[in-house]
Design a protein around this ligand. Structure first.
Ligand code: TYM
Length: 329
């Protein structure tokens, strides 16, 4: 079986973008692949986090993983900081990554603009830790949204460089990036991606938003004054809404455009709101059940950590040997 690895940061409530771009694909892969899904708390602390909230958000992401259909009997679900090999391999990989490469990472550039007062070295080497996450499990496939493509390229590059320097060690992973759903845009500004850290609550739909909030946010979503349902780059707001519609219903874009011809945006938005609600309701219901059973969540992440550790420690031992570290007796 081939191996899949992906992760999500516990840095606030997950959005519809996280869901459509990544999370929705996670359970689909678990029958055909050996899947590892982690909650990347080490990544989350590269920007300021409130300790109490971080702890809460970490369990929330775990509960959402389960609620979205990741089955702990099929997939390994774990918390990144529980498997110390991640930080250790990241250190080694830091020493074969060029500063210049990291300087070119667009996400780093964006985030360093945003947090310009308190840029830390961790934010800079963030993509190296991500490479460690992936390479530790010898992943073949990494399901992510479009914004992670550049990080994936770097992970591949690091793997190849290590292999060339020390002989074949790492599998070189492929990105798995969906088509329409790989970049869900802000509902308030369709030129920027939907983000859980957006200051404007109306810009994103949280997976835990209630019905009325979802209806309101979609109603207020920025479109244009054409009032004609079409799918093109001069109607970006509408294009984004059609993408969401298509991803949640598996209806083709042309079919959706056809269905709403000559009907204005009102009806389209109303229907879309109900589709989003119907998609999220079962997830929210299960999420609440999981959140009320902390012992179960503990069992899942404890079991996950030991399963993950088995594979991770094997890779790290190999790496240490190749670079010439003396093995501990
Ligand atoms: P994070 O936590 O920012 O986002 C989690 C996943 O959601 C995707 N995503 C989106 N997809 C479509 N439209 C959007 N608006 C949108 N916003 C977010 C992201 O692409 C991602 O797949 N660095 C990663 C976490 C990570 C990771 C890994 C991923 C750490 N280690 C190893 C894969 C493998 C991140 O910040 O994701």
């Amino acid at each position: 079986k081939k191996t899949v690895l992906s992760g999500i940061q516990p840095s606030g409530s997950l959005t519809l973008g996280n869901y459509i771009g990544a999370l929705k694909n996670f359970p689909k892969l678990q029958d055909d692949y050996d899947c590892y899904y982690c909650i990347v708390d080490l990544h989350a602390i590269t920007v300021p986090q409130e300790p109490k909230l971080l702890r809460k958000n970490t369990l929330e992401v775990l509960a959402l993983y389960l609620a979205c259909g990741i089955d702990p009997d099929k997939s390994t679900i774990f918390i990144q900081s529980h498997v110390h090999e991640h930080a250790e391999l990241a250190w080694v990989l830091n020493t074969i990554t060029y500063m210049g490469q990291l300087n070119r990472m667009t996400q780093y550039k964006d985030k360093s603009k945003k947090y310009n007062e308190s840029i830390n070295a961790g934010l800079f080497t963030y993509p190296v830790l991500m490479a460690a996450d992936i390479l530790l499990y010898q992943a073949d496939l990494v399901p992510v949204g479009e914004d992670q493509r550049q990080h994936l390229e770097l992970a591949r590059d690091i793997a190849v460089r290590f292999n060339n320097k020390y002989s074949e060690t790492f599998n070189v992973p492929e990105p798995f990036i969906g088509d329409l759903g790989s970049k869900i845009m802000s509902l308030q500004d369709p030129t920027v991606k939907m983000s859980k850290s957006d200051q404007d609550e109306n810009a994103f739909i949280s997976l835990l938003d209630d019905k009325d909030t979802i209806r309101r946010k979609i109603k207020r979503a920025v479109t244009d004054s054409e009032n004609n349902i079409a799918y093109n780059d001069s109607q970006l707001g509408l294009k984004n809404l059609i993408n969401i519609y298509s991803c949640l219903t598996d209806k083709k874009v042309d079919e959706i455009v056809g269905m709403y011809q000559n009907r204005g945006y009102g009806k389209f938005k109303e229907d879309l709101a109900e589709i989003v609600i119907e998609s999220l309701l079962p997830i929210q219901k299960k999420y609440n059940e999981y959140m009320s059973d902390k012992t179960y969540l503990e069992d899942i992440y404890s079991l996950g950590a030991s399963k993950a550790e088995r594979k991770a420690s094997k890779t790290l031992k190999k790496v240490y040997k190749k670079i010439g570290f003396v093995a501990k007796k």
